[in-house]
Every structure is written in structure tokens, then in C-alpha cells.
Design a protein around this ligand. Structure first.
Ligand SMILES: Cc1cc2nc3c(=O)[nH]c(=O)nc-3n(C[C@H](O)[C@H](O)[C@H](O)COP(=O)(O)OP(=O)(O)OC[C@H]3O[C@@H](n4cnc5c(N)ncnc54)[C@H](O)[C@@H]3O)c2cc1C
Length: 459
């Protein structure tokens, strides 16, 4: 089928299982990472495929109870987002079905139930989700494509990682304007008029009936509401109120000067394309500041995605470059004046009020300011028995408490802070070796740290 072949040429698309669909009653978009109906290339590709095949599209979301390292806080935010997806898809007349593994449901059973001709998924570079996609494609007997909906420039275009951001920038620059455009919305030609499909009631508590081992200790937070609609509201607030001062305010943890888009990006509630275009439109009078913001949103973020995609050790200290491994091993036996256990750190019981404040912010709000994240991880290297252990603890706490945790940005951020990934060697010093150091005293002088500590006190 020539039209399908032409569609598959799109650099965002990865053909996981080729061939032509034979028969079938519908096309299924297995939504997993890009949890939105707005500016979603995976969804629009699925509509196109369905139109070519003259079939209706059904969007399926499977809730599994054992998503790696996810707890109540994460599922709550996710469920808020699914309600927006349901509303936005209903407006477009597209069928949406949510089912949960605890009710005995699975994607493969669903594909058989609706007699799917083809399945389209989205991409997720993290280890387990990538494994699911491979395993699914290997088992299926119908064509299966996935679409890279998480980044502005499809990662397959670069197909490698980069040591430093300034190595990546020229490559990114060459591609950016081709991809930084609104994604055309495609109208579905056919509607699902088959049997009424059973689905989980979105008004319910998503974790009800989860196994006893499910982690409910980390409770949902109120300061962030999940979903495309809340994300767009926050985006507007940022572009109208704070964007112009972003460059000045972004290193001030005591001020709400950054966009706080990271949870919405992590769940795919918003596309980076939507955010970048909104920033460009609102920031016509402060182009240099917008460029700085896009450098974070696209430059650093997509560098992180490439790192995770191409480094099998992305969540352990072994991801370090050879120079960093060498220097850290050379300093492994250095005296460490403060040593804490994971539990002491988790309870924010260190001698350092600034660090404790950051830890409290994360535990209580599900988010920590970037400047404090750098400091937080560097001190974990300093106060743990070894780089391997400190690294593991940082990943564990970050993934447990941050709403945006379990994300390539988190793995790259920890790697940057603790093992100098995407950074250069600095000056030799105890414990850190050539890894860049941050001292509490000087860090605390760069912003109103007293105010920040006071803000986090009663959390
Ligand atoms: C130790 C450490 C741990 C981190 N853990 C995470 C994490 O778990 N999840 C996560 O999304 N980010 C993480 N980051 C990166 C960064 O701190 C957050 O993305 C940022 O603070 C989110 O706030 P914001 O949306 O207001 O950012 P803004 O400053 O408004 O930036 C907009 C967007 O740009 C991207 N961005 C900004 N800074 C960075 C950066 N340094 N690296 C990569 N992308 C960036 C993010 O997607 C962010 O949402 C971590 C950084 C460090 C040093």
C-alpha cells in the first residue's frame, strides 16, 4: 500500500513490525508516553493511518499497577491527565478506552477484542517501556509502528549521543526549524460504531484495587494539577508573567521564576513544540531570553533523551565518561567528613539547612528548583559512602518524590551533578576529584537562601 509506505518515511516513525494490514475493524493508538490529544504526532499519525485504511481509530491507555518506581503521587497526576485526554478526544469524535491490569485487562487482549488491523504507539527511551515495545512487536501478527512524540527533533535523526551541549547545538540548529512547527491536525474519516467498549471509569480512584505492596506512602500533591488543560494554564501564566525575566530569575530558588513545565513534559501532557512556540510568540520583545529558555527546553532536554537512548547505564554511576570514572576512583578512599544514611537524607536530617530545605521541597511538593537539584545531588556524592551508593540513592529519591522523576532529564541531571556528564573536568579536590564542586557557602550567597529555607521550613 503506497500511501502507508510514504507515511512510514516520516523520521518520527519507527516501523517495529512491517507488512500490510489485512482485514481488521479499526486502528489502535496505544497511548503510553504522550498522554495528550493536543499536538501529538503519534495520535495524528494514527488518524492518518486509519484514514488510509478507511477504518476508525480507537485510542487505548493501559494502566498497569507495577509501573517501574511509580507511586500514588505519580498515578494521581497521571489520572488527572487522562480526564483531559478523554475530553479532548471526545471533542474530535475519537473513541478512548482506559483499562487497568488489576481488572484483568491487557493491550493484547484489547487488540484481539476489537480486531485491530494495525497498532501505532509512541516512543519512550527508558529501559522498561522500550522493552515493552520490542516485546509487543515481536509477538504481534499485525503491523506496529511507534512515533517519537516526546521531542521537537526526532532522536533518530541524530542517532547518537553527544559529550557536551555545545557539540550537540550545531546539529540541533540545522534541524530545528524543520521540526519546530505546529503539527497538522487530521480529521478522522470514520468513527467507531462497533460494540460499546467497556472502559475504566475516569471519575474513580485509579489505584483502587492495586496490590498491597503498592507504594501509598508518597501522597498526591495539591500544588500541581496534572493534565493538558492545567499545563496550558500554567504555560500561559509563565509566558505572560515570568518569561521576560527568566534569564535573571531562573537561578533563584526562592522565586517562582521558571516555567514548571517538567511534570507536564514528563507525562506528555504537553508537547515541547507547544511550549516552545508559545514562548516564541509571547517573547517577541525578549528574543535572547526566549533563546535561553529554548536552550533548556530543547537543547538540554533533548541532549538528555539522546543520553538515555544511547547509554545502557544511564541510571548508575557507570554511565560516566572514562575521565570521570578515573578521577572518582582515584578519590574513592578520601576522608568524608559527613556520612549519612539514605533514611537520614530522606528525612532531611543533615547538618546543612539549605540541603534539608531542598529535600523538604521535593518531598512535600513533588518538585525541586533546578539550582537546588544541582546542589542536592552534589552533596549526596560528598556525604555517601561511595559514588556508586550515593548515585543509587539520588536516583531512588529523585524518582520517588519528583513528579517529573523517572525521566531522561533526571538521569542526565544526576549524571551531570555527580559524575560530570555533559560537563568538563574542573579542579582536583577531595572526594570529587575533577568533578565540578558546589560549596554550600557560596551557593547560598547567590540567591536569598534564607528566604528559601524559610519557605520550606514548615513542609
Ligand atoms: C540532580 C538533578 C536532577 C534532576 N531531575 C530531573 C527530573 O527528575 N526530571 C526533570 O524533568 N528534570 C530534572 N532535572 C533537570 C531540571 O532541574 C528540571 O528539568 C527543571 O528544574 C524543571 O523545572 P522547570 O520546568 O521550571 O524548568 P525551566 O527552567 O522552566 O525549563 C523548561 C524545561 O527545560 C528543561 N530543562 C530545564 N533545565 C534542564 C536541565 N538542566 N536538563 C535538562 N532539561 C532541562 C525541562 O524540560 C524544563 O521543564 C534535574 C537536574 C538535576 C541537576
Amino acid at each position: 500500500m503506497e500511501e502507508l509506505k510514504a507515511l512510514a518515511e516520516d523520521k518520527r516513525i519507527r516501523v517495529r513490525r512491517g507488512g500490510e494490514p489485512v482485514g481488521g475493524r479499526c486502528v489502535v493508538y496505544w497511548m503510553q508516553h504522550a498522554q495528550r490529544a493536543v499536538e501529538n504526532p503519534a495520535l495524528e499519525t494514527a488518524v492518518r493511518v486509519a484514514n488510509v485504511l478507511d477504518l476508525p481509530l480507537i485510542v487505548y491507555f493501559g494502566v498497569i499497577a507495577n509501573y517501574p518506581n511509580a507511586n500514588w503521587r505519580h498515578y494521581h497526576f497521571l489520572a488527572q491527565g487522562l480526564r483531559d485526554v478523554a475530553e479532548d478526544l471526545a471533542e474530535r469524535g475519537i473513541e478512548f478506552v482506559v483499562r487497568r491490569s488489576v481488572d484483568g485487562d491487557s493491550l493484547e487482549a484489547f487488540l484481539a477484542e476489537v480486531d485491530a488491523a494495525m497498532v501505532i504507539g509512541d516512543e519512550n527511551v527508558c529501559r522498561e517501556p522500550e522493552r515493552w515495545r520490542r516485546a509487543l512487536a515481536a509477538r504481534l501478527r499485525i503491523p506496529c509502528w511507534t512515533v517519537d512524540a516526546d521531542v521537537v527533533v526526532p532522536s533518530a535523526i541524530f542517532n547518537r549521543s553527544f559529550v557536551l551541549l555545545h557539540h550537540f547545538r550545531p546539529h540541533l540548529k540545522r534541524e530545528l526549524e524543520t521540526w519546530l512547527k505546529p503539527i497538522p491536525v487530521v480529521e478522522p474519516v470514520r468513527k467507531w460504531d462497533g460494540q460499546k467498549l467497556r472502559g475504566w471509569n475516569l471519575a474513580g480512584e485509579i489505584t483502587e484495587g492495586f496490590p498491597a505492596a503498592f507504594d501509598r506512602r508518597v501522597r498526591p500533591v495539591e500544588n500541581f494539577t496534572g493534565g493538558t488543560h492545567a499545563g496550558l494554564r500554567r504555560l500561559r501564566e509563565f509566558t505572560e508573567g515570568q518569561l521576560a525575566d527568566y534569564d535573571e530569575q531562573r537561578n533563584h530558588p526562592e522565586v517562582r521564576g521558571t516555567s514548571q513545565m517538567s511534570p507536564y513534559l514528563h507525562y506528555g501532557h504537553l508537547s515541547p513544540v507547544t511550549i516552545a512556540l508559545a514562548a516564541r510568540e509571547a517573547g517577541a520583545a525578549c528574543v535572547a531570553t526566549v533563546e535561553k529558555y529554548l536552550d533548556e527546553l530543547i537543547g538540554w532536554r533533548e541532549l538528555a533523551v539522546l543520553f538515555v537512548r544511547h547509554n545502557a547505564h544511564y541510571d548508575t554511576w557507570e554511565c560516566a565518561e572514562p575521565w570521570a570514572q578515573k578521577t572518582l576512583l582515584a578519590h574513592a578512599g578520601d576522608a568524608r567528613p559527613w556520612l549519612y544514611t539514605l533514611e537520614q537524607m530522606e528525612r532531611a536530617e543533615t547538618h546543612d539547612e539549605l540541603w534539608n530545605a531542598a529535600q523538604r521541597e521535593m518531598v512535600a511538593t513533588g518538585w525541586m528548583h533546578n539550582y537546588m537539584r544541582m546542589y542536592w545531588a552534589k552533596k549526596m556524592l560528598e556525604w555517601s559512602p561511595s559514588v556508586a551508593v550515593g548515585y543509587q540513592w539520588a536516583v531512588e529519591l529523585n524518582d520517588r518524590y519528583e513528579l517529573d522523576g523517572r525521566d531522561p532529564n533526571g538521569y542526565a541531571g544526576i549524571a551531570w551533578a555527580m559524575v560530570g556528564k555533559h560537563d568538563r573536568p574542573w579542579f582536583d579536590r577531595p572526594v570529587f576529584g575533577l568533578i565540578r564542586y558546589m560549596a554550600g557557602g557560596s551557593t547560598g550567597k547567590k540567591f536569598d537562601s534564607k528566604r528559601y529555607i524559610a519557605q520550606q521550613k514548615d513542609r
